[in-house]
Design a protein around this ligand. Structure first.
Ligand SMILES: [Zn+2]
Length: 162
């Protein structure tokens, strides 16, 4: 989905922390703050010597992240739902749908927001999925960090001490 090479950063206990740019990730390795866990042997960086491009790195010092939270954002809802309309599965003309419409007290929450194409959004209008007789491919849920990492890069970053 993204052509720019990215690196998955693991904490010292191997829990995923973040997906970062190649430049930032490689700098951590180069500075001795992280080790390469997995590399792509087919992808070689040409410098003064050839080195395989790291794909996964692990911080050597445990990073305590007490306030790690996922932003509730349009992009992160799309990511959770795999960039597909939860009603018809289309990936075109996406927008957000309030499962319980806002006009009827529906809030902005992970449990009430789903990825929806404009066509289904118009069809559903001010109704609940049941009233509109539209089946959801999955129920909206609060995604975990690892879930979004699997889907794609995250829309927030963690500051790694320099
Ligand atoms: Zn749809």
């Amino acid at each position: 989905m993204n052509a720019t090479p990215r690196i998955l950063v693991l904490n010292a206990d191997y829990q995923p922390i973040n997906v970062t740019s190649f430049q930032k990730g490689y700098k951590l390795v180069w500075k001795g703050k992280a080790e390469v866990v997995k590399e792509d042997p087919k992808d070689v960086i040409m410098t003064s010597r050839s080195i395989a491009r790291p794909k996964v790195i692990r911080l050597l010092t445990y990073l305590y992240l007490p306030y790690r939270r996922l932003n509730l954002s349009k992009q992160n809802v799309y990511r959770r739902d795999g960039f597909k309309c939860v009603y018809c599965g289309s990936g075109a003309n996406l927008t957000l749908d309030h499962v319980l419409p806002r006009s009827r007290g529906g809030d902005n929450s992970w449990e009430n927001l789903v990825t929806c194409c404009r066509k289904c959004n118009a069809k559903k209008d001010d109704q609940t999925p049941e009233e509109a007789r539209m089946r959801m491919r999955h129920k909206p849920f609060v995604p975990t960090f690892s879930h979004l990492i699997e889907v794609e890069e995250l829309e927030y970053s963690v500051t790694v001490p320099s």
